[in-house]
Design a binder for this molecule. Sequence first.
Ligand code: NAP
Length: 314
Amino acid sequence: MAKTLLALYNLAPMGLEPLERHFNVVKLWQEDDPEATIMRHREDAVAIVSWPSNLRVSRKIIEALPNLEIIAQFGVGYDNIDVQAAKERGVVVCNTPDLVTNDTADTALGLMLNVSRRFVEADAYVRVGKWATHGSHNFLSHRLGGKTVGIVGLGRIGQAIARRAEAFGCNIHYTARSKKDVPYTYESDLKKLAEESDFLVLSCSATPETKGMVTLDILKALGPHGYLINVARGSIVNEDDLLIALANKAIAGAGLDVFAEEPHVPDALKTMDNVVLLPHIGTATYETRTEMGQLVVANILGWFEHGETLTRVV
Ligand code: NAP
């Protein structure tokens, strides 16, 4: 029986070649009906390469594959995998922590600067020739330096964001499930954190507890001079409430790398000047994506060759 690896992603820029030497690799993103393809391989599938795509590694899929041994996630967040179902079946789940931290934190700072300083809007003004035809436009904006940054989730990425924001002279406040041994101001209540913040930056994990936790109430607390930045997951924000807050200028703007129903972004957001929208590219540098691919391969080969993985979740 050929051992089959079901791939939801091509591990760009490295590619799947290192795995193709060992497995029959089925490229699910090329399939019209990936779920039907998975079921065709139900007996020979031993591994899945996953990432935050719109095909979840659900309980149904995990339970349908009797010989599945490992799910190797390309990414640190694994909310697209039913980890409980994997645990019950004894299927190993791995992710790619740490090496994604700095690029994701850079993305948060990029969004903070771009949305508050209006760089994207100003770039468009130059590109369409308006500088020449309509003359100077001041693009008055708001500075980042000295502002209060409220970080939701002071884990690996949250702490890297804090260090960067400190270098801009910002005051760091944060919330997390527990208070950390850091020189920043802890706030257990998200609404109070929003009230204190000029930038509310989401860098927490996506869990049932964090799902939809940024509501209109929280956004109103952030206020008309506040910016919401999300480099965590779209599910953490109630997107309908965010649209209302942006349309009514209840907040000043938003910088978003992640959305509730990726790759679909609400049309209303696309027409707003006070948002910067990125297609989930927090880790998308050649360097980091290569290292992530190498770690995915090391986890899978390590498991099949020695029964060991480097970064196991369950
Ligand atoms: P991490 O080190 O595990 O940090 C997660 C943080 O979330 C922890 O500080 C945790 O608090 C906090 N948290 C969990 N539940 C919470 C709650 N109910 N309320 C407040 N805070 C809560 O993970 P990481 O490596 O920093 O990654 C964080 C997330 O970023 C990932 O899960 C992923 O979804 C996302 N991410 C996105 C991109 C992108 O491309 N945009 C890239 C990488 C990661 P405690 O420490 O108190 O438990």
